[in-house]
Write a protein that binds this ligand. Structure first.
Ligand code: ZN
Length: 483
């Protein structure tokens, strides 16, 4: 009989021939200040189970591993010594609540599972072109208007919803009890259509627009020349900082199509005044201004890597590496070598919204990043929801791939065959929690099935608006050259 595997454990000595009857009420907890900050030890003997810990967090993780052990050994526990601590200090999962809205209860269920996987960061994507989801008291239109999308790709179905500040506090408390930090993302200057639809002065053109009803990279970004934009962002960040007590704030910085900036009088004047020569330099200036502001409030800032291509970008911004083409990877490797703190989220491997034909479980698990291990702070799996409208579908795509990312965040020596064995046990736990994970038979599809899944995904995603995004991007590059 194969030895059942315990997910995500480092340094385990196990003797399965020596099984003890255990008493769950007889667990001894001992503080051990030699242990790592998130580390713990579990020692089983004939008499009792001991958990040693170096911090409350370590104690919590020891309990979580014990829970998993008891799933595998429901009656007798083997003789064992485990000394465990994580591979990375940042182990994250992101949910996009903008493209589709998920209730607090639906999200809490995912948080519960994250805590079992010893993940410690919930990155909450709260603002985007297709909906603004966080209550900001100073700008009430953001939720009364900006949270409502009349339809999506001509389906005549309204998508709406937002989180009140009270609900956000409730979520934060829930996460804190599970040693999970919540990082809000207020995406800027791109992905700003919902905000611009409420306050047209944020747009270079000042035109009246609606919350975006289709997907792709949109040109309705914030005007980086106008003082109102800066004040608006500072005001929003004031309320966000007051709500979220954690170290990090994410300000996006991704996919900003700077077409309007090329001709906006305010943007051009700002560039002249600050001695900036390209829209990319203006973007860097904008992100740096936000970073300086947040730093004075004691926060650390995270940005996606595609917004961080200019030399002058603030050295303290933490880079989230998602765009992994050759050009961006070369830049990212250089940044990391120079000491930039980085979170690894390559979209071809860790973006869980792609189906299993595009990203099989094995592709997620076996990913090797191109950076020096010691300079990486962690890993994160984002779940974007443009094409995921219900929680059941979200769960189907997230599990078990999130377990793969969690394990790579925790385990020092990854082993895919062992991981698969542990998943068989873990599937029962997912079912008992009412989570609609994909069956293991579906997560590594064979060749033909893989291609069919790919075709079905791209066939449903590509529409005239996505094509228009590429045309606008091309137009931007062309106009920039002429400038
Ligand atoms: Zn402008």
């Amino acid at each position: 009989m194969a030895i059942p595997m315990i997910p995500q454990v480092n340094n385990m000595i196990i003797n399965v021939k020596n099984l003890f009857v255990y008493d769950i009420n007889n667990i001894i907890y001992t503080y051990n200040d030699n242990l790592e900050i998130e580390g713990y030890k579990i020692i089983t003997s004939q008499e009792n189970i001991t958990i040693e810990y170096g911090s409350d967090k370590g104690k919590f993780y020891g309990q979580k591993t014990l829970e998993q052990l008891l799933d595998i050994y429901p009656h007798k526990i083997p003789e064992m010594v485990i000394h465990d601590y994580p591979n990375y200090s940042y182990r994250g999962f992101m949910i996009d609540s903008c493209r589709h809205f998920f209730t607090i209860a639906e999200i809490k269920k995912q948080i519960e599972l994250m805590s079992l996987l010893k993940m410690n960061v919930f990155h909450w994507h709260l603002t985007d072109d297709q909906g603004w989801r966080i209550e900001i008291k100073k700008y009430p239109l953001l939720t009364s208007k900006g949270s409502i999308r009349k339809q999506t790709r001509n389906d005549n179905k309204e998508v709406s919803g937002y989180y009140t500040q009270t609900e956000i506090k409730e979520m934060i408390t829930y996460c804190q009890k599970r040693y999970i930090d919540v990082i809000p993302e207020i995406d800027m200057p791109g992905h700003f259509t919902a905000a611009c639809s409420c306050y047209p002065d944020l747009l270079c053109t000042k035109e009246e627009i609606v919350v975006a009803e289709h997907f792709g990279i949109l040109p309705n970004i914030a005007c980086a020349g106008r003082e109102f934009t800066y004040q608006f962002c500072y005001d929003v960040l004031d309320e966000v900082c007051a709500l979220f007590p954690f170290d990090y704030i994410h300000i996006g910085g991704d996919e900003a199509l700077k077409l309007n900036w090329l001709t906006c009088a305010d943007c051009l004047e700002k560039m002249k005044k600050e001695n900036l020569t390209t829209p990319e330099e203006l973007e860097t200036y904008f992100l740096n201004q936000m970073t300086t502001y947040l730093t004075t409030k004691g926060k650390k800032v995270i940005c996606w890597n595609d917004g961080m291509t200019c030399e002058g970008i603030n050295n303290n911004i933490i880079m989230q590496y998602w765009k992994d083409d050759k050009e961006h990877t070369t830049l990212a490797v250089d940044q990391v070598a120079k000491g930039r703190k980085t979170i690894v989220s390559p979209f071809k491997n860790y973006y869980l919204d792609y189906n299993y034909g595009i990203t099989p479980l094995k592709t997620t698990y076996n990913y090797q990043h191109p950076f020096d291990h010691d300079l990486i702070i962690g890993v994160e799996a984002p779940m974007w929801t443009e094409y995921v409208s219900a929680i059941d579908r979200l769960e189907y795509l997230v599990y078990p791939r999130l377990l793969a990312v969690a394990e790579r965040g925790w385990t020092k020596i990854p082993n895919y065959p062992d991981f698969i064995k542990s998943l068989h046990v873990f599937q029962n736990r997912l079912h008992s929690m009412g989570i609609n994970g994909a069956p293991l038979s579906a997560v590594n599809p064979f060749f033909l099935k893989r291609w069919l899944l790919r075709l079905s995904f791209y066939g449903s995603v590509v529409d005239k608006n996505i094509i228009k995004s590429f045309q606008l991007l091309y137009e931007y590059k062309k106009k920039k050259r002429l400038h």
